[in-house]
Design a protein around this ligand. Sequence first.
Ligand code: UN1
Length: 503
Amino acid sequence: MTLAKETASLLEKLGVARDALSGGDLVVHSPVTGEQIAALKSISAADAGKAIDAAHKAFQSWRLVPGPKRGELVRLLGEELRAHKDELGRLVSIEVGKIPSEGLGEVQEMIDICDFAVGLSRQLYGLTIATERPGHRMMETWHPLGVVGVISAFNFPVAVWSWNAALAFVCGDAVVWKPSEKTPLTALACEAIFNRAARRFGADAPAGLLQVLIGDRAAGEVLVDHPKVPLVSATGSTRMGREVGPRLAKRFARAVLELGGNNAGIVCPTADLDMALRAIAFGAMGTAGQRCTTLRRLFVHDSVYDALLPRLKKAYETVSVGNPLEGKALVGPLIDKAAFDNMQKALQEAQAHGGKVTGGKRVENGHPDAYYVHPALVEMPEQVSPVTEETFAPILYVMRYTDFDEALEQHNAVGAGLSSSIFTRDLQESERFLGVDGSDCGIANVNIGTSGAEIGGAFGGEKETGGGRESGSDAWKAYMRRATNTVNFSKALPLAQGVSFDI
Ligand code: UN1
């Protein structure tokens, strides 16, 4: 069976009609073989506007459904995802090239956030606050916000949508989703899965609660500029964020930006090297280096450098690279040729700056349009370009350090601030790393890698990573509006701050 046929049959099982998959202008390729697997019709700007209006209408009734009842819709979504985990996971592998356990892991992440959101639907708490006036009560109420725009990237084509959508739905919002043009098929699958949950939920789930805009950046622009979209949560490159952020700011819309990462680890003298090795290997080579949390820079203390590096090199030389749909490869393909070219460019630049490269060569597999590559380990004399930039490919730059403070300074000396790790058994080092003048990232870990965060924590980062937080903890607050209410149940009207105004 060709991949196009398998894709169509998986989508059909998930509820997407075959005739939606051909004859359109948006051509979808599988990075696994490079072959075309669908050609979808892009939405026009006018229709994108109409979809947003429809979502707004749905929001107006959805917001009146009580929170715990809204949670029931997300519970059903979680149930549908459990029932279709295998098909959706396989589709992620076909459309993005993830190995099976990572395709399935992505769907598990969706199930996890659904469970989280169901609990949250009964915990959308506001505070009761002491007032300075007698006979008054002050409290805050969290209300649904409106239509939430979600712009997602190719590398986590479904999980990132679910982080936003599961929270948005329990918060009483509608969702308009612009998936990456590289991965629209998994978005169609999620839409079908959601629609099934909504049908099971019944008439209280208004039509149009989820809209999917299939298309290129023009569709995304409609979403970013639309006055009825008070929040856009966008995942992608820092370059994309620089365009989206100011446009949202101009109309005072909220932005949850989850942009680039240039994540680093520090391996200290007391590190458990076996543990560090495994964590580094997964963090740097997993998902073919195409996570925003991928480990890209490593600072290794002089005293353990010569013990760790040969083992790390061996891991790079022996890691299996190949078709994620067959066999047991740990590293699948890059998303496309542009990703491969960027990787090669970065490696050349690194070499020009004295970098010693292990790996990095293309792996031929009989498909000229598929881009498999050996992950690259680059020993760098110092942290200069391209180390300071995020290249969305499996390149790990390794540097020696002797002084912990200097390593920390170098660690923080890049634009992005998403994820970070320290490998140490020294409490003073790990606490320094997690402390005020330690890692400047949104995620700082001890003795685990930079990638593979659980959904329970807030996910996102500082500086050029954009500052947004999605997923767990209190990230939900971005998806609601807060009203502070002061209620006077006395028979007088005392003014705050002792002001008198007697008429
Ligand atoms: C992303 O790469 O955009 O922490 C998201 C991780 C995953 C999510 C990555 N849970 O690696």
